[in-house]
Design a binder for this molecule. Structure first.
Ligand code: NAP
Length: 245
């Protein structure tokens, strides 16, 4: 039996690509495509959707995810902008309902592998910073991927990440923003899609992990995997890496 899937944010860049992917996948049935002007819970009820994919806007993502869970559908959340506190609230709600779902800051395999290996490297080289580059239409910064990477790195840090000498910012923001002790620098320019470097610094050497999304197609295998897995889960997981192995 195919899994019934509704796409929220279906008319946006990620939404359009996801519509194409889901509607041609033999294991899925696309039961709805909706956007800002629709009533999300009514659409879920009317379409009997089992899974709802959300690629909308950072300002609406928490309310959307909450509404999806309340309606008893499995959330597959790709939209950036959720805080850790909001993620915990959604996870508690799913746990109480024994409902599976995923919040994935990045659905691409390359980005997940970058984070996996960064987690190893930081144990040996604890001085690390992140540079992320995105297209100039991206509405939030830093990216969800940069935040998630900083959380993973910050939790694995063997030693302090601070430079040996304190430096004064002549212009506020020159050293980027800090999340979980990791500096993040965000670039927004035409020509980019979604890119990230994690740079490790050691005595007399640096090591750089770099990931480049050059086509939104790279997110689609991860989206499909998430849709297949969430219907078998009984909790809301954070990060595609949680369901990869
Ligand atoms: N997890 C990943 O791997 C991944 C990969 C790429 C992007 N993203 C994230 O996905 C999100 C969408 O990116 P995008 O490039 O597709 O953006 P986009 O092109 O702006 O598309 C967003 C769509 O959502 C609609 N929308 C806005 N608010 C809504 C609401 N409350 N309910 C329903 N629909 C709403 C927008 O409609 P209007 O045009 O009327 O505003 C638009 O059609 C962003 O947060 C981005 O960072 C995640």
């Amino acid at each position: 039996m195919s899994i019934k899937i509704l796409i929220n944010g279906a008319f946006g860049r990620m939404g359009q690509m996801t519509v194409k992917t889901i509607s041609t996948h033999p294991g899925f049935e696309l039961v709805g495509q909706i956007g800002r002007e629709y009533d999300l819970q009514k659409a879920i009820k009317d379409s009997h959707a089992q899974v709802v994919i959300d690629f909308t806007h950072p300002e609406s993502v928490f309310n959307n995810a909450y509404a999806i869970i309340e309606a008893g559908a499995h959330p597959v959340i790709g939209t950036s902008g959720l805080t850790l506190e909001q993620i915990r609230t959604l996870q508690d709600k799913c746990a109480r309902m024994k409902l599976g779902g995923i919040i994935a800051p990045n659905f691409s395999l390359g980005a997940i592998l970058m984070m996996k290996y960064a987690k190893e490297i930081v144990k040996y080289i604890p001085h690390v910073e992140i540079i992320e580059m995105h297209h100039d239409n991206k509405v939030d910064s830093p990216s969800g991927t940069a935040l998630h990477s900083a959380e993973i790195l910050g939790n694995s840090l063997a030693a302090t990440n601070q430079p040996l000498k304190a430096s004064r910012e002549i212009i506020p923001g020159a050293r980027g923003a800090t999340h979980h002790g990791i500096p993040i620098h965000a670039i927004r320019l035409p020509g980019f899609l979604a890119h990230q470097q994690i740079i490790f610094g050691h005595t007399g050497e640096t090591l750089t992990l770099r990931h480049d999304s050059i086509d939104r197609q790279c997110f689609m295998p991860g989206v499909c995997l998430a849709c297949e897995k969430v219907v078998k889960l009984e909790q809301l997981v954070y990060g595609l890496e949680e369901i990869l192995e």
